[in-house]
Write a protein that binds this ligand. Structure first.
Ligand code: AMP
Length: 108
């Protein structure tokens, strides 16, 4: 599904990218809810956690390795951070492209 995040992956709209590899991208949330608020996404356009297939599980594991890299890079690895995944309408998901919110830099 085409979303604002697909456009960020293709560099069609700007974002502050903090990490990228073949499978994933991490960039600053445009409306941060904490001093550190990074979105970590697979480049594969998986709509939500509910749309993850068995074959995607290595990719999901990879995203968590990216979490650790980005947490270290943004200085919250030791102080701590929160990972949130909103799923579907009542879960508060607005962008239908799976993403992990990494938030930290204050007491949550
Ligand atoms: P969710 O509600 O879990 O779908 O979260 C979507 C997140 O994407 C929100 O925190 C938005 O602030 C963020 N967001 C939407 N558009 C952009 C954008 N162009 N660049 C960076 N973050 C965005």
């Amino acid at each position: 599904m085409e979303t604002v995040f697909s456009k960020i992956i293709r560099r069609e709209i700007p974002a502050t990218i903090v990490y990228e590899d073949d499978l994933s991208l991490a960039f600053l949330d445009i409306f941060p809810k904490a001093p550190v608020h990074v979105l970590i996404i697979p480049k594969k356009p998986i709509e939500s956690l509910e749309h993850v297939q068995e074959e995607d599980l290595p990719l999901i594991a990879h995203l968590f390795s990216v979490v650790k890299k980005v947490a270290a890079q943004t200085g919250v690895a030791e102080s701590g951070y929160r990972i949130a995944i909103n799923c579907g309408k009542e879960g508060g998901q607005e962008v239908p492209h799976l993403h992990l919110h990494l938030m930290g830099g204050k007491q949550l």
